[in-house]
Write a protein that binds this ligand. Structure first.
Ligand code: NAP
Length: 250
């Protein structure tokens, strides 16, 4: 189903996990994709996978916590493919496990810079480029932790809640400009962000928190994200959509 044919897309954090899955699905469905990541080699890895299936993609290095870097990323997309129609502000980081009173100030600032400021910078420059391109659709990657808490993760939880408010506000502002903006809230997904520092027993405990009884996959998050980016979601904006195996039913 090539329903993104001739659309230009950007995905941040596209070198790994959820972002890589989204970049690959968008390209498979016909979009011209810029895969952006702080680690250029990993973004190139995603582009290589896309090229192997005859998709059209280019890699771009970006630090989403740095506004000029994000502005240059959007300029690169427009120069390379002639416009911008779809964007996924997905790059994000976890952070140390620590109570709020003991949370290190520098970690708090870094997580706010990447997870929240990074999405604001994305919106700021992507919206301007989309207006020049006649409109578009944006997904911001929140989390189930955009609606519930998680002990010892005050910075991460704060950013993911804030993204929901940012999404709703920007969506109201640009609904009349043919730009839809939504947020996605995954539960625990089997990616390096989650699994690189956890032992098997802890991962099994996390899986058991989901009524479906397992972690989600990056492809399951991509399926929802790509639906929200597609014309099938033409009446959906400013909303926050969970892909959580039933986690928040409890
Ligand atoms: P991941 O596998 O670690 O991928 C995230 C990618 O973003 C990595 O390639 C990372 O590069 C990159 N990145 C980090 N900081 C960046 C920056 N400043 N600028 C540009 N790129 C940067 O993580 P993931 O699990 O796919 O997570 C993607 C998004 O989903 C995040 O926003 C995360 O909060 C959200 N999410 C994940 C889960 C989950 O359980 N996995 C659940 C809910 C929401 P490095 O590896 O070099 O740092």
């Amino acid at each position: 189903m090539k329903n993104f044919k001739d659309r230009v897309a950007i995905v941040t954090g596209a070198g790994s996990g959820i972002g890589a899955a989204i970049a690959i699905e968008l390209a498979a469905r016909g979009a011209h994709v810029v895969a952006a990541d702080i680690d250029l080699a990993s973004a190139v890895g995603t582009v290589t996978k896309i090229s192997a299936t005859l998709g059209n993609a280019r890699a771009c290095q970006v630090d989403v916590a740095d506004a000029p870097s994000v502005e240059q990323m959007v300029a690169f997309v427009v120069e390379t493919f002639g416009g911008l129609h779809l964007a996924v502000n997905n790059a994000g980081i976890g952070g140390p496990s620590e109570t709020t009173a003991n949370y290190p100030l520098d970690d708090w600032q870094k997580i706010i810079d990447v997870n929240l400021n990074g999405v604001f910078y994305g919106l700021k420059y992507e919206i301007a480029a989309m207006q020049e391109s006649g409109g578009g659709a944006i997904v911001n990657m929140s989390s189930i932790l955009g609606t519930v808490g998680w002990e010892n993760a005050c910075a991460y939880v704060s950013t993911k809640h804030a993204l929901v408010g940012l999404t709703r506000t920007a969506a109201m502002e640009y609904a009349g400009h043919n730009i839809r903006i939504n947020a996605v809230g995954p539960a625990f997904i089997d990616t390096p962000l989650l699994t690189k520092n956890l032992d098997t027993e802890t991962i099994e405990q996390l899986a058991a928190l989901h009524p479906i009884g397992r972690l989600g996959t990056p492809e399951e998050v991509s399926a929802l994200t790509c639906f929200l980016l597609s014309d099938n979601a033409s009446f959906i904006t400013g909303s926050y959509h969970l892909v959580d195996g039933g986690y928040t039913t409890k």
